[in-house]
Write a protein that binds this ligand. Structure first.
Ligand SMILES: [Zn+2]
Length: 373
């Protein structure tokens, strides 16, 4: 039977994909307007929350907008409904539309915005351009009766535990004896009330990033037959993947400058881009950063990029890049629009898997403010 998801639940699915802890310090991610304590029949994914986007949400009877760019970025001193921002907030409140922002956490997460941009450019052998975050790891040890060993092992592996490099479902097992005495009020899977029980059990150990811990524990509990499950979680000193802003990788084949510019335009459906010509005429190693790329010129130079594809490059920074010999293709901030389709796909998959009938749509309003004339 299908069911309607609660906003908080939808956000928990989103945050297991792009945990809040991955956001860059000071980024105002999370709930921005309204309440998460409500059922959601329709979610809309948007890049920006402009008035035209809110009107689109109203017309489509949307309950929750998940936006990449926070609507409220700097603290507001007042909400004057005669200003555009005040009008937007007022409309959202009157129409009972919740707004949630997933910004730098969605940039930093392993398969988030920067990885989608790098896929559009067909980059291979990619790595993080500017690391900002190292995943914390935890170890799960769970004690399982022999009959359910495979079932629990599969469940935690399927939930993402035991991912090491290109190996999944990595676990270690050791056999032993578990003892317990069921007390008044219990309905034990094995044993009788008041009688000490001794049963052969397997200890399954596996490692996982803290970000998916809740999800893995829930899957483990669902697969485990015991009423009270004995398990331990250990914080680890070894670190997981390095995550961060931007990607750097290789084109499938070397391209001439002009050919590469066409490749970028085609990848993002653009008619024009601004190019800052560096020293390179042929391009193989490409760095890409969604949004404002000003801070990523030197990381791109240090990592040997032939070109940086980004947006919002300032005049003086363009000079700095040129002096370093780095070519920049300023494809505009709006190329991040690809997140609408990609995040819709991610969220829809999770909701369908759990049999929720909450619909996910992408905003069709174009929020690109620049026109080439
Ligand atoms: Zn952006």
């Amino acid at each position: 039977m299908s069911k309607t998801a609660n906003a908080q639940y939808i956000i928990s699915l989103l945050e297991s994909f792009a945990p809040k802890s991955m956001a860059v310090d000071g980024d105002p991610i999370g709930l921005q307007v309204g309440s998460l304590n409500r059922p959601v029949k329709k979610v809309m994914i948007a890049l920006d929350v402009l008035e035209s986007v809110v009107d689109e949400a109203i017309a489509n009877e949307v309950d929750l907008i998940i936006a990449h760019h926070p609507l409220i970025y700097r603290p507001l001193k007042k909400i004057d409904t005669n200003t555009p921002k005040g009008r937007v907030i007022s409309k959202l409140l009157k129409q009972d539309i919740t707004v949630y922002a997933a910004h730098t956490n969605l940039d930093v997460t392993a398969s988030g915005v920067n990885s989608w941009l790098s896929d559009c450019l067909e980059l291979k052998q990619t790595e993080v351009l500017a690391p900002t975050y190292e995943e914390e790891l935890v170890k799960l040890c769970v004690f399982v009766p022999l009959t359910h060993e495979e079932h629990v092992r599969q469940a935690i592996g399927n939930a993402g535990a035991g991912h090491i490099g290109n190996y999944s479902h990595c676990t270690f097992s050791s056999n032993g004896w578990g003892t317990f005495t069921p007390l008044e009020g219990t309905t034990p899977f094995i044993g009788e009330l008041g009688k000490q029980e001794r049963t052969e059990e397997v200890k399954i150990e596996s490692i996982m990033p803290v970000s998916i811990q809740k999800h893995v524990i829930a899957a483990m509990k669902k697969a485990h037959p015991y009423e009270e499950i004995a398990y331990d979680l250990f914080p680890l000193l070894n670190k997981g993947n390095e995550l961060g802003i931007g990607k750097i990788g290789m084109l499938p084949k070397e391209m001439e400058m002009e050919q590469f510019v066409d490749h970028v335009k085609k990848a993002f459906g653009l008619s024009n881009v601004r190019v800052i010509k560096g020293h390179n005429h042929s391009i193989k190693k490409v760095a890409v950063v969604g949004g404002d790329g000003n801070k990523y010129i030197y990381p791109a130079v240090r990592k040997g990029a032939d070109v940086l594809v980004t947006g919002d490059i300032y005049y003086h920074n363009a000079h700095d890049a040129q002096e370093e010999g780095l070519t920049i293709v300023d494809a505009g901030h709006h190329i991040e629009k690809i997140m609408k389709h990609e995040l819709k796909r991610v969220l829809e998959k999770e909701l369908v898997k759990r049999k929720y009938d909450t619909q996910v749509i992408e905003s069709e309003v174009i929020t690109e403010p620049f026109t080439f004339m």
